[in-house]
Design a binder for this molecule. Structure first.
Ligand code: SF4
Length: 280
Protein backbone atom coordinates (compact mmCIF):
# COMPACT_ATOMS: atom_id res chain seq x y z
CA UNK A 1 0.00 0.00 0.00
CA UNK A 2 1.31 3.42 -0.92
CA UNK A 3 1.25 6.28 1.52
CA UNK A 4 -0.71 9.14 0.03
CA UNK A 5 -0.92 12.87 0.58
CA UNK A 6 2.67 13.80 0.00
CA UNK A 7 3.24 17.49 0.55
CA UNK A 8 4.85 19.61 -2.16
CA UNK A 9 8.21 19.60 -0.38
CA UNK A 10 8.52 15.82 -0.39
CA UNK A 11 11.63 14.41 -2.07
CA UNK A 12 11.32 12.55 -5.40
CA UNK A 13 10.23 8.96 -5.31
CA UNK A 14 11.83 6.28 -7.50
CA UNK A 15 8.97 3.84 -7.02
CA UNK A 16 5.91 3.88 -4.77
CA UNK A 17 7.63 1.57 -2.35
CA UNK A 18 11.14 2.89 -2.39
CA UNK A 19 11.82 6.44 -1.39
CA UNK A 20 15.53 7.17 -1.41
CA UNK A 21 16.61 10.29 0.33
CA UNK A 22 19.33 12.20 -1.44
CA UNK A 23 21.78 14.42 0.38
CA UNK A 24 22.91 17.17 -1.90
CA UNK A 25 25.41 18.81 0.42
CA UNK A 26 29.07 17.98 0.05
CA UNK A 27 30.35 17.10 3.49
CA UNK A 28 33.89 16.59 4.67
CA UNK A 29 34.41 13.01 5.86
CA UNK A 30 35.98 14.00 9.15
CA UNK A 31 33.13 16.38 9.87
CA UNK A 32 30.66 13.59 9.28
CA UNK A 33 32.48 11.31 11.68
CA UNK A 34 32.38 13.84 14.49
CA UNK A 35 28.81 14.82 13.60
CA UNK A 36 27.82 11.14 13.76
CA UNK A 37 29.21 10.95 17.25
CA UNK A 38 27.10 13.96 18.17
CA UNK A 39 24.00 12.32 16.64
CA UNK A 40 23.47 15.15 14.15
CA UNK A 41 24.11 12.83 11.20
CA UNK A 42 23.19 9.26 10.44
CA UNK A 43 24.13 6.87 7.67
CA UNK A 44 21.05 5.51 6.01
CA UNK A 45 20.83 2.86 3.33
CA UNK A 46 17.34 3.95 2.25
CA UNK A 47 13.83 4.86 3.35
CA UNK A 48 10.98 2.64 2.24
CA UNK A 49 7.38 3.79 2.31
CA UNK A 50 4.27 1.66 2.55
CA UNK A 51 5.64 -1.34 4.44
CA UNK A 52 3.00 -3.52 6.08
CA UNK A 53 5.41 -6.09 7.50
CA UNK A 54 7.76 -4.07 9.70
CA UNK A 55 5.53 -3.33 12.67
CA UNK A 56 1.88 -2.37 13.17
CA UNK A 57 -0.08 -0.70 10.37
CA UNK A 58 1.53 0.81 7.30
CA UNK A 59 4.97 2.22 7.95
CA UNK A 60 7.96 4.14 6.76
CA UNK A 61 11.09 2.08 7.30
CA UNK A 62 14.49 3.70 7.63
CA UNK A 63 17.23 1.19 6.86
CA UNK A 64 20.38 2.28 8.65
CA UNK A 65 23.70 0.96 7.45
CA UNK A 66 26.18 -0.95 9.61
CA UNK A 67 25.92 -4.30 11.37
CA UNK A 68 28.34 -6.13 13.64
CA UNK A 69 26.64 -9.53 13.18
CA UNK A 70 27.67 -11.76 10.30
CA UNK A 71 24.61 -13.96 9.94
CA UNK A 72 25.25 -16.70 7.39
CA UNK A 73 21.71 -16.24 6.05
CA UNK A 74 21.71 -12.41 5.92
CA UNK A 75 19.78 -11.05 2.95
CA UNK A 76 21.19 -7.54 3.39
CA UNK A 77 25.00 -7.95 3.45
CA UNK A 78 25.19 -4.66 1.54
CA UNK A 79 24.16 -2.90 4.77
CA UNK A 80 27.01 -4.31 6.89
CA UNK A 81 29.36 -1.35 6.41
CA UNK A 82 28.19 1.97 7.85
CA UNK A 83 29.86 3.86 5.02
CA UNK A 84 27.73 2.02 2.45
CA UNK A 85 24.90 4.27 3.57
CA UNK A 86 24.11 7.84 2.61
CA UNK A 87 24.81 10.53 5.20
CA UNK A 88 21.66 12.32 6.27
CA UNK A 89 21.19 15.15 8.70
CA UNK A 90 18.98 14.47 11.72
CA UNK A 91 16.72 17.40 10.86
CA UNK A 92 16.33 16.12 7.29
CA UNK A 93 15.37 12.64 8.50
CA UNK A 94 12.79 14.14 10.87
CA UNK A 95 11.42 16.31 8.06
CA UNK A 96 11.09 13.35 5.66
CA UNK A 97 9.20 11.22 8.18
CA UNK A 98 7.04 14.08 9.48
CA UNK A 99 5.70 14.71 5.97
CA UNK A 100 3.82 11.42 6.26
CA UNK A 101 2.42 11.97 9.74
CA UNK A 102 -1.22 12.21 8.74
CA UNK A 103 -1.09 9.19 6.42
CA UNK A 104 0.74 7.12 9.01
CA UNK A 105 -1.87 7.95 11.64
CA UNK A 106 -4.71 7.09 9.29
CA UNK A 107 -3.15 3.72 8.55
CA UNK A 108 -2.25 3.09 12.19
CA UNK A 109 1.40 2.87 11.27
CA UNK A 110 4.51 4.83 12.07
CA UNK A 111 8.25 4.82 11.66
CA UNK A 112 10.37 1.69 11.91
CA UNK A 113 14.13 1.99 12.09
CA UNK A 114 15.83 -1.16 10.90
CA UNK A 115 19.12 -2.11 9.29
CA UNK A 116 21.76 -3.44 9.38
CA UNK A 117 21.87 -2.93 13.11
CA UNK A 118 20.53 0.53 14.00
CA UNK A 119 22.09 0.67 17.46
CA UNK A 120 25.53 0.96 15.88
CA UNK A 121 24.36 4.53 15.23
CA UNK A 122 23.08 5.07 18.75
CA UNK A 123 23.76 8.86 18.98
CA UNK A 124 21.62 9.44 15.89
CA UNK A 125 18.81 7.20 17.15
CA UNK A 126 18.84 8.79 20.58
CA UNK A 127 17.84 12.07 18.89
CA UNK A 128 15.73 10.76 16.03
CA UNK A 129 13.29 8.67 18.08
CA UNK A 130 12.32 11.43 20.58
CA UNK A 131 11.92 13.95 17.73
CA UNK A 132 9.58 11.60 15.86
CA UNK A 133 7.76 10.41 18.95
CA UNK A 134 6.96 13.92 20.15
CA UNK A 135 5.30 14.55 16.79
CA UNK A 136 2.79 11.86 17.65
CA UNK A 137 4.22 9.21 15.31
CA UNK A 138 4.44 5.60 16.49
CA UNK A 139 8.05 4.43 16.66
CA UNK A 140 9.55 0.96 16.29
CA UNK A 141 13.15 -0.17 16.58
CA UNK A 142 14.11 -3.38 14.83
CA UNK A 143 17.35 -4.67 16.33
CA UNK A 144 19.40 -7.78 16.95
CA UNK A 145 19.56 -6.58 20.57
CA UNK A 146 23.32 -6.97 21.05
CA UNK A 147 23.83 -3.27 21.80
CA UNK A 148 20.58 -2.83 23.72
CA UNK A 149 22.51 -1.67 26.80
CA UNK A 150 23.24 1.56 24.93
CA UNK A 151 19.59 2.56 25.23
CA UNK A 152 18.75 4.49 28.37
CA UNK A 153 15.35 4.20 29.97
CA UNK A 154 14.60 7.66 28.56
CA UNK A 155 15.48 6.38 25.08
CA UNK A 156 13.12 3.46 25.54
CA UNK A 157 10.32 5.84 26.50
CA UNK A 158 10.44 7.23 22.94
CA UNK A 159 10.36 3.77 21.31
CA UNK A 160 6.84 2.35 21.28
CA UNK A 161 7.78 -1.12 20.09
CA UNK A 162 10.99 -3.14 19.91
CA UNK A 163 11.18 -5.80 17.22
CA UNK A 164 13.86 -8.10 18.53
CA UNK A 165 15.52 -10.39 16.01
CA UNK A 166 16.48 -13.51 17.94
CA UNK A 167 18.66 -15.65 15.69
CA UNK A 168 19.11 -18.75 17.88
CA UNK A 169 18.92 -19.67 21.55
CA UNK A 170 21.58 -22.34 21.96
CA UNK A 171 24.78 -20.29 22.54
CA UNK A 172 27.13 -22.29 20.30
CA UNK A 173 24.61 -22.30 17.51
CA UNK A 174 24.10 -18.54 17.86
CA UNK A 175 27.84 -17.96 17.74
CA UNK A 176 28.30 -20.06 14.60
CA UNK A 177 25.23 -18.55 12.95
CA UNK A 178 25.97 -14.87 13.69
CA UNK A 179 29.58 -14.67 14.88
CA UNK A 180 28.40 -13.10 18.17
CA UNK A 181 27.43 -14.14 21.71
CA UNK A 182 23.86 -14.40 22.93
CA UNK A 183 24.43 -12.99 26.42
CA UNK A 184 23.95 -9.25 25.70
CA UNK A 185 20.93 -10.08 23.54
CA UNK A 186 19.26 -12.04 26.31
CA UNK A 187 20.11 -9.39 28.88
CA UNK A 188 18.39 -6.79 26.72
CA UNK A 189 15.36 -9.06 26.23
CA UNK A 190 15.08 -9.54 30.00
CA UNK A 191 15.49 -5.81 30.65
CA UNK A 192 12.64 -5.06 28.26
CA UNK A 193 10.58 -7.76 29.96
CA UNK A 194 11.21 -6.26 33.41
CA UNK A 195 9.96 -2.92 32.05
CA UNK A 196 6.98 -4.60 30.36
CA UNK A 197 8.07 -2.91 27.15
CA UNK A 198 6.10 -4.11 24.09
CA UNK A 199 8.18 -6.53 22.04
CA UNK A 200 7.69 -8.49 18.86
CA UNK A 201 10.18 -11.26 18.26
CA UNK A 202 11.43 -12.14 14.79
CA UNK A 203 12.87 -15.58 14.29
CA UNK A 204 14.10 -16.92 10.96
CA UNK A 205 13.82 -20.61 10.20
CA UNK A 206 17.18 -21.27 8.55
CA UNK A 207 17.58 -24.67 6.88
CA UNK A 208 20.24 -26.79 8.58
CA UNK A 209 20.58 -24.25 11.41
CA UNK A 210 17.33 -23.35 13.17
CA UNK A 211 14.81 -25.61 11.48
CA UNK A 212 15.00 -28.36 14.09
CA UNK A 213 12.10 -28.37 16.53
CA UNK A 214 14.34 -28.70 19.61
CA UNK A 215 15.78 -25.26 18.84
CA UNK A 216 12.33 -23.91 18.00
CA UNK A 217 11.00 -25.20 21.34
CA UNK A 218 13.92 -23.58 23.18
CA UNK A 219 13.19 -20.29 21.43
CA UNK A 220 9.46 -20.56 22.22
CA UNK A 221 10.20 -21.33 25.86
CA UNK A 222 12.51 -18.32 26.14
CA UNK A 223 10.04 -15.99 24.41
CA UNK A 224 7.15 -17.18 26.58
CA UNK A 225 9.19 -16.72 29.75
CA UNK A 226 9.55 -12.99 29.06
CA UNK A 227 5.88 -12.10 29.47
CA UNK A 228 6.01 -8.96 27.28
CA UNK A 229 6.10 -10.57 23.82
CA UNK A 230 3.02 -9.47 21.91
CA UNK A 231 3.77 -11.44 18.78
CA UNK A 232 6.32 -13.72 17.17
CA UNK A 233 7.03 -13.42 13.46
CA UNK A 234 8.30 -16.80 12.31
CA UNK A 235 10.01 -16.05 9.02
CA UNK A 236 11.25 -18.43 6.36
CA UNK A 237 14.80 -18.17 5.09
CA UNK A 238 14.75 -17.03 1.46
CA UNK A 239 17.22 -16.54 -1.34
CA UNK A 240 16.36 -12.96 -2.28
CA UNK A 241 19.70 -11.75 -0.94
CA UNK A 242 21.87 -14.23 -2.85
CA UNK A 243 22.64 -11.81 -5.68
CA UNK A 244 23.96 -9.28 -3.14
CA UNK A 245 26.49 -11.77 -1.76
CA UNK A 246 27.58 -12.55 -5.30
CA UNK A 247 27.76 -8.91 -6.29
CA UNK A 248 29.89 -8.16 -3.24
CA UNK A 249 32.18 -11.11 -4.06
CA UNK A 250 31.51 -12.67 -0.64
CA UNK A 251 31.39 -16.36 0.20
CA UNK A 252 27.74 -17.27 0.67
CA UNK A 253 27.37 -20.49 2.66
CA UNK A 254 23.63 -20.67 1.99
CA UNK A 255 24.07 -20.51 -1.79
CA UNK A 256 22.31 -23.83 -2.43
CA UNK A 257 19.92 -23.88 0.52
CA UNK A 258 16.22 -24.26 -0.13
CA UNK A 259 13.65 -22.25 1.84
CA UNK A 260 11.94 -24.30 4.58
CA UNK A 261 8.82 -26.21 3.56
CA UNK A 262 5.33 -25.02 4.42
CA UNK A 263 5.07 -28.00 6.78
CA UNK A 264 8.20 -26.97 8.67
CA UNK A 265 6.95 -23.39 8.95
CA UNK A 266 3.54 -24.52 10.19
CA UNK A 267 5.13 -26.84 12.72
CA UNK A 268 7.41 -24.06 14.01
CA UNK A 269 4.49 -21.65 14.31
CA UNK A 270 2.48 -24.29 16.18
CA UNK A 271 5.35 -24.73 18.68
CA UNK A 272 5.24 -21.02 19.53
CA UNK A 273 1.47 -21.09 19.84
CA UNK A 274 1.69 -24.14 22.11
CA UNK A 275 3.94 -22.06 24.38
CA UNK A 276 1.07 -19.54 24.69
CA UNK A 277 2.41 -16.97 22.21
CA UNK A 278 0.76 -15.22 19.29
CA UNK A 279 2.78 -16.44 16.31
CA UNK A 280 2.36 -15.77 12.63
S1 SF4 B 1 21.68 -8.97 12.27
FE1 SF4 B 1 20.42 -8.69 10.43
S2 SF4 B 1 21.59 -7.26 9.10
FE2 SF4 B 1 23.00 -8.05 10.67
S3 SF4 B 1 24.01 -9.79 9.69
FE3 SF4 B 1 22.25 -10.60 10.85
S4 SF4 B 1 20.56 -10.68 9.39
FE4 SF4 B 1 22.16 -9.34 8.50
Amino acid sequence: MKLEAMPPTAPPIGSPFDLRVGVSEKVDEIDIRSAMESGEWGFIHSFTTGSAVDGPGVRIVGWLSGCQFRCVFCHNPDTWKVVNGTPIRLERAVEVVSQYRQGLRTMKGGLTISGGEPLLQYPFLSKLFPAIHERGIHTTLETNGFLGARLTNDDLASIDLVMLGLKAIEPDLHKRLTGMDTKPVHEFARRLAARKHPVWIRFVIVPGWTDNMEEVDRMAEFAASLGNVERVDVLPFHQMGRFKWEKLGMDYQMRDAKPPSRETMNEAISRFRAAGLTAV
